[in-house]
Design a protein around this ligand. Structure first.
Ligand SMILES: NC(=O)c1ccc[n+]([C@@H]2O[C@H](COP(=O)([O-])OP(=O)(O)OC[C@H]3O[C@@H](n4cnc5c(N)ncnc54)[C@H](OP(=O)(O)O)[C@@H]3O)[C@@H](O)[C@H]2O)c1
Length: 333
């Protein structure tokens, strides 16, 4: 198939592009060309999708059998994508499980669960989904919506329960034997999917008519607590340190840095069912164990010098010292 990936050099889409090539597809990527690492054999179509007229004209000048939109975030983006790919044989829209919010009526969350997003990101993705589904029901537009949960790879830092995108120095903390903060008791439930496993879903959904007009959660079926995750991550890092629980309300009150994802997702029990995806796309069988996946991320971070020195910041040490004083007070009551 002749496939266009809007994005293509990002966290998830890098793996999608690689697998598309391996499976013999003809691959084009549309992006601004700001990130290295495009494999040989991929045609780069340079541009910024926010320059809507240029983006749509560039896509209309080509003929694609399928398109995968990785960077569509709101209804305006969605309408632009529909104009850009109005003749395409199959469009995959990347949404998010953040469309559900965190107040669940049942677990694991299935695709028919009500959407109650709590962030602008989730609200805008849900609105973009509606644009695509309207086009499907009105004009028979061949779209499939994929809602990833946490999907990580070597282009991201090694995750922890607190948001570490801005500063992944926690790895250096562990290496130096310093304790780390977890949110609450660290036992919120979560699922972690490796990018190469995500690519199995994207590449094998392409052209499957039974997936047109359908929405799919994309995650591993297995789940675990963040405490378990941190133990595995520390095994990969090579040192075990103490985890010190701090309530979310305290983390927010003291202004702990970059709490974003922790507040809106990682402090909650978030379990989504991938059963529908595994039924309709049987090739989607996640196979990279979490420990191996984290090892690949750590290896990339070390190689690229992406692990900051934890001695440059002391907020976590101060917070742990304060939390321990609270613990002592409680013991004295
Ligand atoms: N990873 C997760 O846990 C997770 C969970 C839920 C949903 N998602 C969804 O997954 C998608 C992210 O996919 P990803 O990880 O592959 O992407 P990513 O890491 O965010 O990478 C973005 C890609 O898009 C390109 N790009 C960014 N802005 C652009 C623009 N204005 N015009 C053209 N190209 C642009 C980038 O290249 P240039 O910078 O060179 O342009 C790059 O190729 C998002 O839709 C996100 O909502 C991810």
């Amino acid at each position: 198939m002749r496939v266009c990936v809007v994005g293509g050099t990002g966290n998830i889409s890098t793996s999608i592009v690689r697998l598309l090539l391996e499976e013999g597809h003809e691959v084009c990527v549309y992006n601004r060309g700001q990130r290295p690492g495009l494999p040989d054999g991929v045609r780069h179509l340079p541009g910024d999708r926010q320059e809507r007229a240029d983006f749509e004209a560039a896509m209309q000048a080509e003929r694609f059998d399928a398109a995968i939109d990785m960077i569509c975030y709101n209804p305006d983006d969605a309408r632009s994508t529909l104009r850009a790919f109005r003749d395409v044989g199959h469009l995959i829209f990347t949404s998010t499980v953040c469309t559900y919010g965190v107040e669940y009526d049942w677990l694991p969350v299935t695709e028919d669960h009500p959407l109650r997003p709590i962030t602008p990101y989730g609200t805008n993705k849900a609105a973009a989904e509606r644009v695509f589904l309207e086009a499907h029901y009105r004009d028979d537009f061949p779209v499939t919506i994929i809602r990833p949960s946490t999907t990580f790879g070597p282009r991201w830092p090694m995750l922890r329960q607190l948001d570490c995108n801005a500063n992944p120095s926690w790895i250096d903390r562990v290496r130096k034997g310093k304790p780390i903060v977890v949110c609450g008791d660290g036992r919120a439930l979560h699922q972690w999917l490796y990018v190469d496993d995500a690519a199995l879903a994207y590449v094998n959904v392409l052209g499957r008519e039974r997936c047109f007009g359908r929405t799919y959660n994309m995650t591993r079926p297995e789940f675990g607590t963040w405490e378990e995750y941190h133990h595995i991550a520390m095994r990969v890092i090579g040192r075990e340190v103490e985890m010190v629980g701090v309530p979310l309300s305290t983390l927010l009150a003291v202004g702990a840095p970059a709490l974003g994802t922790c507040t809106s997702i990682f402090s909650h029990n978030t379990i989504y069912s991938p059963a529908r995806l595994m039924r309709d796309v049987p090739e989607f069988r996640p196979r990279v164990p979490l420990e191996d996946a984290l090892g690949r991320v750590l290896e990339a971070m070390d190689r690229e010098g992406r692990i900051p020195d934890s001695d440059q910041s002391d907020w976590e040490d101060r917070l742990i010292a304060a939390q321990r004083r609270v613990g002592e007070l409680e013991l004295g009551l």
